[in-house]
Write a protein that binds this ligand. Structure first.
Ligand code: ADP
Length: 502
């Protein structure tokens, strides 16, 4: 298909509004209802009434021929004639009147026939019935004396008492229908006018009510789309709109977070990269211009360059690690191992620190347990917790790694008696790039360590958290479920920092 052949897509602006559609469909519905009313009440009413009358004539004939000869027959025939506005005559095969009842008054066709013509008309009807070979005949005839239409019905029946058949003639007026129809038709015109006007007004109102919350949301969304993050999707009205508002509000919050994160990320990364790079450049220049000939100074400056390069590579590998963890591409390779062995193994790395810098780092074990986890990743968590404890323990160099066996899990705590973390900052420590305000530059950190721990522990489904009090120290913990069973992971510290884990 050529490009120009493509059907043109309607833009939102050229489409009709919800209000119009609601109004349109409602009016269509009203027209349909009216149409049905007119078809049934106006056009089909007369024929429906006729067939209903005919059915009742047949029913009366059936009931009377059954009851013929019984003691209560005279009462029965009178009651039937009265209830149904009929003239009913029963004759024998020779046309002799047996019995009858008339509720149609003096102008009944059958009545006049039996008085004036000695039953000539009925005789004719009998002939027609015999000729037709049917059980009964019924027809609509005009009664000239009162100029109205009536049903004339005749059928034959036999009784046990006589060989020859009897004939039952029924005359039923169709007169009431005309007055009813004209009343109904008149009413129908009123109903049509009223319904149409009502439908018009009600639909205008309903369509406005339905569309206004959506119009409101669209307006807010337009502002949001143009970059205003302060908008509130708080449309009330009906459930769908409230839900849509809620979803959009959540989307707004999430987009806001991502936006902020992106800005923070760029700011943090560029800051963190620039500082060591500035140092590297400064010290390299210093070696070139000043300390190049002084081996002692030169080595000192080269060491600084090496340290800063380490810091840089640390930062880059942390960023990579975190993005790998967060993308969900990283698979854990779980193995079972002794927790005692693991912790002791990790602590061997700190022997030098303990001996040379006077740190008091010790393991307070419980009974050894075999735990299931990704050993390398668990190392990383332990190193991060212990390194932080060392970095932030200040003058007090006492650090304890505790194992606490519980019924369903094994808890591991890394506790220090350092400066602690304030209540306000506690919920943020596991966030990416969060670093305490007064973190000194000598403390080699990227602000990513704890968020890496968080991702690792979340991936393991281990509960974890932190308890801390300013000036008294911090305890970072995680819990390894027994039998590889999983327990819900949540940064407990970020919710209720000082609450003991269950
Ligand atoms: P980094 O240590 O590289 O700054 P982390 O993600 O490991 O980044 O830690 C985030 C922040 O949490 C730290 O900057 C520090 O302010 C605070 N923190 C972490 N561990 C401790 C601790 N044991 N005592 C006090 N503050 C801590």
């Amino acid at each position: 298909m050529k490009r120009s052949d493509k059907p043109k897509q309607k833009t939102a602006g050229s489409k009709r509004t919800l209000r119009f559609y609601v109004w349109w469909y409602f009016m269509l519905f009203a027209v349909l209802v009216l149409l049905l009313l007119w078809v049934f009440q106006y056009f089909l009413l007369a024929s429906y009434y006729r067939s209903a009358r005919l059915r009742s004539v047949e029913k009366v004939s059936g009931e009377l021929t059954e009851a013929y000869g019984s003691d209560s027959f005279e009462n029965e025939i009178r009651r039937m004639a009265f209830d149904n506005s009929m003239c009913i005559i029963i004759t024998d095969s020779s046309g002799k009147l047996q019995t009858g009842a008339n509720n149609l008054g003096y102008f009944s066709k059958l009545m006049l026939d039996s008085f004036n013509n000695t039953g000539y008309y009925m005789h004719q009807l009998k002939g027609e019935l015999t000729e037709s070979g049917k059980d009964y005949i019924s027809k609509i005839v005009k009664n000239d004396s009162i100029s109205s239409e009536e049903i004339i019905y005749v059928s034959s029946f036999k009784t046990e008492r006589s060989e020859n058949p009897y004939y039952i003639y029924i005359e039923s007026s169709l007169e009431p229908i005309d007055s009813t129809v004209s009343t109904i038709r008149e009413q129908l015109i009123y109903i049509t006018v009223i319904l149409f006007e009502l439908a018009f007004i009600i639909t205008l109102f309903i369509s406005k009510r339905l569309s206004s919350p959506i119009v409101g949301i669209t307006e807010t969304a337009k502002k949001f789309g143009s970059g205003d993050f302060s908008v509130e999707f708080d449309q009330k009205g009906y459930r769908e709109v409230s839900e849509l508002s809620e979803v959009l509000d959540n989307a707004k919050t999430e987009i806001g977070k991502v936006n902020k994160l992106r800005a923070d990320l760029i700011a943090n990364i560029s800051h963190d990269l620039r500082t060591p790079l500035t140092m590297v450049k400064a010290y390299a220049e210093m070696i070139r211009d000043l300390s190049g000939d002084n081996p002692e100074k030169r080595n000192e400056h080269i060491q600084i360059i090496i340290d800063e390069a380490d810091r840089l590579s640390n930062l880059v590998s942390n960023i990579l690690e975190l993005s790998k963890l967060e993308s969900g591409n990283l698979e854990l390779s779980r193995t079972s191992f002794s927790l005692h062995d693991k912790i002791k193994d990790v602590l061997t790395r700190y022997t030098l620190l303990i001996e040379e810098q006077g740190y008091d780092i010790a393991f307070e074990p419980d009974e050894d347990r075999i735990v299931t986890a990704d050993a390398d990743k668990l190392d990383q968590v332990l190193y991060n917790f212990i390194n932080n404890a060392i970095n932030y323990s200040g003058e007090n160099k006492r650090i304890r790694i505790r194992q606490i066996n519980k019924e369903y899990c094994t808890r591991v705590e890394v506790a220090d008696n350092g400066k602690g973390i304030s209540k306000e900052l506690l919920p943020k420590v596991f966030d990416r790039y969060y670093r305490g305000d007064k973190v000194q530059r000598e403390v080699v950190g990227t602000g990513l360590g704890l968020s890496i721990c968080k991702e690792i522990l979340k991936k393991h489904n281990f509960a974890f958290g932190v308890q801390s009090e300013e000036g008294k120290g911090s305890t970072f913990w995680f819990e390894i479920p027994i039998n590889g069973g999983e327990q819900k992971a949540e940064p407990a510290g970020s919710k209720d920092p000082n609450a003991a884990a269950k």
